[in-house]
Design a protein around this ligand. Structure first.
Ligand code: PMT
Length: 210
């Protein structure tokens, strides 16, 4: 099968040297890419800026902004059987990007933000993707409830609920602990483990369900 995997953060520029972003290291998405390759699948990895080597055999597409990730996914998803959206995409970007470095003044600076493209939410409705669709839900409260809502709204086959309030798992850590949320309301909790081991378990689950 051909897996499309998104990974890492996006960066939304304020000026030539500053941006809005988040703490995603890309480790979870890259571990999924490595696990899918090890299981014999083809992988297109659409990645924000991370400090990780390209998994051998992956077709890595580098992007910076949410708009670039939207375009890269739009161009690649048609040829894929499975799409896993692990990236931490900025939900908002500055309405304007300054041409030159913003100068400091004694006044308050108010930023005007606008919503970015909802890439996962576009998979079915805009890109026409008919394959197995997997999202991650990064939550700090009411984990399963919010993940189930995203599963339904975005037309996913699986939503992986990730508690990002707990130290040691989630963003920028070597380990993770997630709950699989499936259509119909059933859930399955997976134990805390390394992202590499978790990725192997997730790829096996997804490949058998797809
Ligand atoms: O990169 P690591 O340091 O290893 O950390 C891993 C992780 C915590 C980033 C990862 O496990 C994770 O939870 N990824 C999802 C992060 C996220 O942005 O979740 P969300 O609940 O805000 O978004 C829901 C889903 O919509 C996600 O699949 C996301 O990729 C997608 N999305 C979000 C916004 C947007 N504009 N477009 C999207 O496609």
């Amino acid at each position: 099968m051909h897996f499309l995997i998104t990974a890492g953060p996006t960066r939304e520029p304020l000026d030539p040297v500053r941006f809005l972003s988040n703490r995603s290291s890309g480790r979870m998405g890259y571990a999924l890419a490595e696990a899918a390759l090890a299981a014999g699948h083809a992988v297109t990895l659409v990645s924000g800026p991370v400090a990780l080597p390209v998994p051998a055999g992956a077709n890595r597409v580098r992007i910076e902004t949410a708009r670039e990730m939207f375009e890269a996914v739009r161009d690649a998803i048609g040829g894929c059987d499975v799409a896993i959206f692990c990236a931490a995409v900025a939900d908002y970007r500055p309405v304007a990007t300054a041409e030159h470095k913003l100068k400091k003044s004694g006044d308050r600076l108010v930023l005007e933000l606008e919503p970015t493209e909802d890439i996962l939410g576009s998979a079915r409705s805009v890109f026409g993707f008919r394959g197995y669709l997997v999202g991650f839900a990064a939550e700090t409260e009411r984990l399963v409830e919010h993940a189930q809502g995203k599963l339904m709204r975005k037309g996913c086959d699986l939503m992986i609920a990730n508690d990002v309030a707990r130290p040691g798992i989630g963003f920028d850590s070597d380990e993770n602990e997630v709950i699989l949320c499936l259509p119909g309301g059933s859930t399955r909790a997976l134990p805390r483990q390394s992202k590499k081991d978790l990725a192997r378990e997730l790829v096996a689950f997804i490949a058998s369900a797809a």
